[in-house]
Design a protein around this ligand. Structure first.
Ligand code: UN1
Length: 525
């Protein structure tokens, strides 16, 4: 193992040779297939991880259920106290970066090493987990039910949020830590046990996080299986989704897989939260402050090498500012150099997998063959040392037609490709914004209140995230995160999301000496 990698693994208590156990349900185990964690920057194999055998999966589900039976009786503020300690455990890892100021010792660095996002984004992801823990600590004292007025004398109606059961979190490679954090924090506050199946290509991030979380659970005398971990592939995912012992499946990933997950869970009457494809647009009006819009569009399209669900994939420019905007944007693109994402100052890291290069190239080919103008980018970086990793050029293209029915506008390509079209009226741009199957994030750049009113109202953007003078990506944890239409309608993180993680009990209680029926129904013999 390179020194670069081995320092990071060692600092997080991960072994640097041999096989690592990828299953935790109170005990570490794993005797299934070996999965490889591969560094997307160098192509180096970082670890061989033992996934769950079918028997181990079954056992982990059973242990997680048992843990839930125990944990649901722990008072919510006490659960919050455990979350506060988890928050401290994570924050310590994030803080090390600033104390040591090198690339050895923190979880953010591991995210960068294994996923490929740049350092500041890796640390930011740990921060997002810390933030949602803070939120959930507060929530643990505020998950209030309601008292509803009864129409019957001497009666009261209570709406009580009870723990739900086992929550499976099936997360994606692009946010290998924070999206689990959103689910874990709300789920624990609500009194559930979680079973985490991360992307099989980011097992080390999941193992490192589970080590931190489990040590805190155990230190507090809680069963470790309150936060179980299962590294596994497709079959493992299928078994979890089909299991009647899992009340809620929170899935982040492609529309294709999300459709199967949604249908499977619905067919057994389970609950589901889907966070699927994004195909997010930014609209720039003539009155926009371009000096704000430019860097935000640049970050939205190029940040995380275009691998956020919220990445900006479509850019709609008003005709009057389009030439200037594109010229300035291309200048920013020209300044981009690929680099090791662990090194300070690098803005462009690799795509996460080698296969993603093919997806990128196919999309570029399609653009070229369909008569699009490629303003910048369009190729892979093939010179050393970048040939060892999955580096591609951020690309700006003007497709031949702005018709959203075209494949290129309809599809989410998980790579740094920004498609541009020019509009004359805001209504036209809103039509394009809404004219795709997905509905995750959207952003309008304007200083005119009338535009803002249209954009956030009934005839405005139909996405779940509707920003103004803020880019499509990089949401804070406070608001509910999620999208509409083929993005799956799921909501995670802030807002009212926690309400999905509980089982609501509507309790009508009679304190009186009579037993009247509702609606005045008379049933006396
Ligand atoms: C994702 O890409 O799946 O809003 C999550 C953002 C991040 C989360 C993205 N806070 O870009």
């Amino acid at each position: 193992l390179s020194t670069r990698a081995s320092n990071i693994l060692t600092s997080l208590g991960l072994p640097t040779s041999g096989e690592i156990s990828g299953v935790y349900d109170g005990q570490w185990k794993g005797s299934g297939d070996v999965m490889h964690s591969v560094c997307p920057t160098t192509g180096e194999t970082l670890a061989r991880v033992r996934s769950a055998s079918p028997a181990e999966l079954e056992e982990a589900i059973a242990r997680t259920r048992e843990a839930y039976m125990y944990f649901r009786n722990v008072p919510a503020p006490r659960r919050g106290e455990i979350l506060r300690q988890i928050r401290e455990g994570l924050a310590q890892k994030a803080r090390w970066l600033f104390v040591l100021n090198d690339d050895r010792d923190d979880l953010g660095a591991l995210i960068t090493l294994e996923m490929g996002k740049i350092r500041t984004e890796g640390v930011g992801e740990v921060q997002e987990f810390v933030d949602i823990c803070d939120y959930a600590v507060g929530l643990s004292r505020m998950m209030n039910g309601r008292i509803v007025a009864s129409e019957r004398p001497g009666h009261s109606i209570y709406e009580v949020p009870n723990p739900l059961g086992v929550v499976a979190v099936l997360s994606a490679f692009n946010f290998p830590v924070a999206v689990y954090g959103w689910n874990l924090a709300l789920s624990l506050a609500a009194g559930n046990a979680t079973l985490w199946k991360p992307s099989p290509t980011t097992p080390l991030c999941a193992i490192a996080v589970t080590k931190i979380v489990s040590s805190i659970l155990e230190r507090n005398g809680m069963p470790g299986a309150v936060a179980s971990l299962i590294i596994g592939g497709k079959k493992t995912g299928e078994a979890i989704v089909e299991s009647k012992d899992v009340e809620l499946v929170s899935f982040t990933g492609s529309e294709h897989v999300g459709r199967i997950v949604g249908q499977t869970v619905a067919s057994r009457f389970g609950k589901v939260i889907l966070e699927l494809g994004g195909n997010n647009a930014s609209i720039v009006m003539p009155d926009a402050d371009l000096s704000l819009a430019l860097p935000s569009v640049f970050f939205g399209a190029v940040g995380t090498a275009g691998q956020r669900c919220t990445s900006t994939r479509r850019l709609y420019l008003h005709r009057s500012i389009a030439p200037e905007f594109l010229e300035r944007l291309q200048k920013l693109y020209r300044s981009i150099k690929p680099g090791d994402p662990l090194i300070d100052g690098t803005l462009l890291g690799p795509l996460h997998t080698h296969a993603a290069i093919e997806t990128y190239s196919k999309a570029v080919d399609y653009l070229q063959n369909s008569g699009a103008e490629i303003l910048t980018g369009g190729s892979q970086y093939t010179e050393a040392p970048f040939d060892a990793g999955n580096f591609v050029q951020p690309t700006i293209a003007i497709p031949k037609s702005p018709n959203t029915k075209d494949y290129i506008w309809q599809t989410e390509t998980f790579a740094p490709i920004l498609n541009v079209a020019i509009f004359d009226h805001l209504e036209e741009a809103i039509g394009w914004n809404n004219g795709v199957p997905q509905g995750l994030s959207s952003s309008l750049w304007t200083r005119d209140l009338k535009n803002l009113g249209k954009w956030i109202g009934p005839a405005g953007s139909d996405a779940g995230i509707v920003n103004v003078n803020v880019g499509t990506s990089g949401a804070e944890i406070g608001a509910a995160f999620g999208g509409n239409k083929s993005t799956g309608w799921g909501r995670e993180s802030g807002g009212d999301s926690w309400k999905q993680y509980v089982r609501w009990s509507a309790c009508t209680v009679n304190f009186s000496d009579e037993a009247p029926l509702a609606q005045g129904v008379n049933f006396t013999a």
